[in-house]
Ligand binder design. Structure first.
Ligand code: ADP
Ligand code: MG
Ligand code: ZN
Length: 621
């Protein structure tokens, strides 16, 4: 205590707040139990034997005790002590051969006591009353804090005296770029950082400063956290990580203290990586609006900015941060010298998905029929985390089925589980409704198959799912599409309306089953008009802007209310047109509609091939 510690990872931070509480407690206890009695305690006054005799004569002695080596006696001072009892002064003197002393004492009514007030050696008494209890409390405090740390984070989490922040420090993350499939561009961009961490001197010698920070930007589950860990693993440097949300605390000022601690630790351990996950929680734009303004967050952000400017970039501390809301970040964070390098981590493409499936497939036993390409084709838009989940679900299913390896069937089923939830085998749906559902789904499939720009039908099922879907039609493209043509967009809308069109045509009724189709069709039609410039009416005018591209892609309208009305009209026109087209397709193929719907009702699930076989079959005469 008080001495400079060695700055190591082990010693420095092992002083959690409980330690300081213990010290306060110790001081209080010492004061109460020792200092006060000490003040009250009697010192024993040594006097000559003659004084003893005089005081005895004067009747000042109340009690006396003796050993072979001393006589001790108490004399009333006439005052009262703190407890309200008469106060005594204790005296001692050496014994003297004095016959008749006992008689004289009796005469003066002095009490004879059996105990002598002990006076310890000052050294021992000091040790016993001051040092020993402190040692006990220090020991106890350390023990308790150790227990606390264990409970709080498996030994990895370190608790800081000042701020109580959980900063996860790992000397080796154990991940490498090989664990991250796809994301070649991101890896390429991060390789330079790895090289810099390997050999900061190489860069310093030539006078180059690497960016202090890099920002990983992308939708959730695309492997941003994984990439950051892989960079640390590749460079064999310590990895400090903290999540943005942990900075934001109840108490103003705590967040800023955490940032300070984090950077202090990191500079001591350089070269290393500091990773701030979900940085948008603290890095949000400071807009100064009364209510949305958050003092704590702003202080934390300011501290972060100050620290980033303050430390020496040549030392080899690299700050990585991840976010899926780059648009909401404060501009100050993005200026050169801070997070000036932005690394996009996008959703994987077809090859990326296949690679991710392979990486995770290594952890499970696969049977020979597994075709990851096919699964990758069926999972357009899935993130790395989704794919990892699919492989795991497939393995769980294989176990449930009592098999020892994961087959293609397991993977296909788990794709559907991830998309639509588990099968609801016990759901009881009456005959009538089942019939409507079957026609609805075949309606989608027929409209899709009758148009050139639609993806082929892969599967039709009327087994209900836990997501609430009563059935669905799966379409899988033969190859990845990167562009959406106007015709393809219109075909999609027609396909979405196909389910409802079949209900109208066959049952002459409409049901709520089309709610989701309607939503999706509208979204496409709206985007065509407001963002893709696919309507004649508005030409290439952006009427809507996407506000958070990585999280659901919310949009905000940027036009007059008059234009907004026209947009609505145009969207309605597009959908109505496609709905009519779908109705016409189904009317033209009514026989096929009945044929396939009956087949589906019988089988519950049919494959794309079965569907196409009936669809193409010459009508029986
Ligand atoms: P993010 O931080 O972008 O939200 P994570 O890095 O936490 O996503 O990824 C979650 C999980 O998804 C990872 O632990 C990994 O199992 C899997 N994953 C995501 N992307 C990939 C990838 N490119 N390669 C391999 N696995 C991935
Ligand atoms: Mg993450
Ligand atoms: Zn539908």
């Amino acid at each position: 205590m008080g001495l400079k510690d060695d700055g190591g990872l082990k010693k420095g931070p092992r002083k959690p707040f409980i330690f300081y509480y213990s010290i306060v407690l110790i001081l209080m206890i010492i004061f109460n139990s020792m200092a006060v009695p000490w003040l009250q305690s009697k010192s024993v006054i040594e006097v000559p034997y003659s004084t003893f005799l005089e005081m005895l004569e004067e009747g000042k002695i109340q009690s006396v005790a003796r050993t072979n080596t001393e006589i001790q006696f108490k004399s009333d001072t006439g005052k009262t002590n703190l407890e309200g009892k008469p106060d005594y002064e204790v005296y001692k003197t050496g014994p003297w051969p004095d016959e008749g002393l006992t008689d004289r004492l009796l005469e003066k009514n002095v009490q004879f006591e059996e105990t002598i007030v002990k006076q310890m050696s000052p050294m021992i008494s000091f040790l016993l009353t001051w040092i020993f209890p402190i040692l006990i409390f220090v020991f106890l405090g350390n023990f308790l804090s150790g227990q606390m740390q264990k409970r709080m984070g498996g030994g990895n989490a370190m608790t800081f005296g000042k701020s109580n922040a959980k900063i996860y420090a790992e000397s080796e993350t154990g991940k490498t770029f090989r664990d991250v499939a796809g994301q070649e561009e991101a890896k390429e961009a991060l390789k330079e950082i790895v090289d810099f961490l390997h050999n900061p001197k190489k860069y310093a010698d030539i006078g180059a400063t690497l960016p202090k920070g890099a920002l990983l930007v992308g939708p959730p589950g695309t492997g941003k956290t994984l990439l950051a860990r892989a960079v640390a693993g590749e460079a064999h440097v310590p990895f400090f990580s903290i999540s943005g949300s942990e900075f934001v605390e109840m108490f103003v000022g705590m967040g800023a203290a955490k940032v300070r601690d984090l950077f202090k630790q990191a500079t001591e351990k350089a070269p290393c990586i500091v990773f701030i996950d979900e940085i948008d929680t603290i890095g949000k734009k400071r807009d100064g609006h009364g209510f949305s303004g958050n003092d704590e967050r702003e202080q934390t952000l300011n501290q972060l900015l100050a620290e980033m400017d303050g430390f020496d970039g040549k030392k080899g501390v690299v700050i990585l941060a991840a976010t899926n809301r780059p648009d909401s970040l404060d501009k100050a964070l993005l200026r050169p010298g801070r997070f000036d390098r932005r690394i996009p981590v996008e959703l994987p493409d077809l090859n990326g998905r296949e690679a991710i499936l392979k990486v995770h497939g290594k952890n499970v036993k696969l049977s020979d029929d597994v075709d990851f390409r096919g699964i990758a084709l069926a999972t357009a838009g899935a993130s790395g985390a989704d794919l990892a989940n699919i492989v795991n679900e497939a393995a769980l299913r294989a176990v449930r089925m009592g098999r020892h390896t994961v087959g293609q069937r397991d993977l296909e089923e788990s794709v559907e589980v991830v998309i639509a939830g588990y099968q609801r085998k016990d759901a009881s749906i009456n005959v009538n409704e089942r019939k409507i559902i079957a026609y609805h789904e075949v309606g989608h499939a027929l409209v899709a198959a009758s148009q050139n720009d639609s993806a082929p039908v892969h599967k039709i099922t009327i087994i209900p799912r836990t997501s609430g879907a009563l059935g669905y039609t799966m379409q899988v493209d033969e190859e990845e599409r990167h562009l959406l043509t106007k015709d393809a967009a219109l075909s999609k809308i027609a396909t979405f309306t196909g389910g409802r069109a079949a209900e109208e045509l066959v049952f002459n009724t409409v049901t709520s089953g089309a709610a989701n189709d309607i939503e999706q069709a509208t979204r496409i039609a709206r985007a065509m008009v407001t963002r893709y410039g696919m309507s004649d009416e508005f030409d290439m005018v952006a009427l809507e802007t996407v506000t958070n591209q990585y999280l659901g892609g919310d949009t905000s309208l940027s036009c007059s209310s008059k234009t907004a009305k026209k947009i609505d009209d145009e969207v309605i026109r597009i959908i109505r047109e496609q709905h009519q087209k779908a109705l016409k397709i189904l009317k033209d193929n009514e026989k096929k509609l009945h044929e396939i719907a009956e087949y589906l009702l019988e089988r519950e699930t049919i494959t794309g091939e079965e569907f196409m076989e009936i669809f193409r079959r010459e009508p029986a005469v």
